[in-house]
Design a protein around this ligand. Structure first.
Ligand SMILES: [Zn+2]
Ligand SMILES: [Zn+2]
Length: 84
């Protein structure tokens, strides 16, 4: 059922619909947009947390982290530019 422009507004303000919520985004689509925005925030948070964990793992990684080269002769990793 459609709300007439001269009916009292369904939002409960007591004003006529044309003076109140007509032209405002309807509640359903507002809620849907909020849901999408929340979902987007969650996805961004997961990605950011994943990147942070990746960076931390990279810092703590002794096995082939950037800047190190494996030396088969010595059986361990060498820092780049460091030979012994
Ligand atoms: Zn209203
Ligand atoms: Zn060595």
């Amino acid at each position: 059922m459609k709300t007439g422009r001269n009916d009292s507004c369904p939002c409960g303000s007591g004003q006529k619909y044309k003076k109140c919520c007509e032209g405002k985004p309807d509640t359903a689509s507002t809620l849907r947009n909020r849901g999408l925005a929340a979902l987007l925030l969650i996805v961004i948070a997961i990605v950011v947390v994943g990147v942070v964990i990746d960076i931390r793992n990279g810092d703590d990684d002794d096995n082939g982290a950037a800047g190190r080269v494996w030396s088969p002769e010595h059986g361990h990793f060498h820092d780049t530019g460091h030979n012994h």
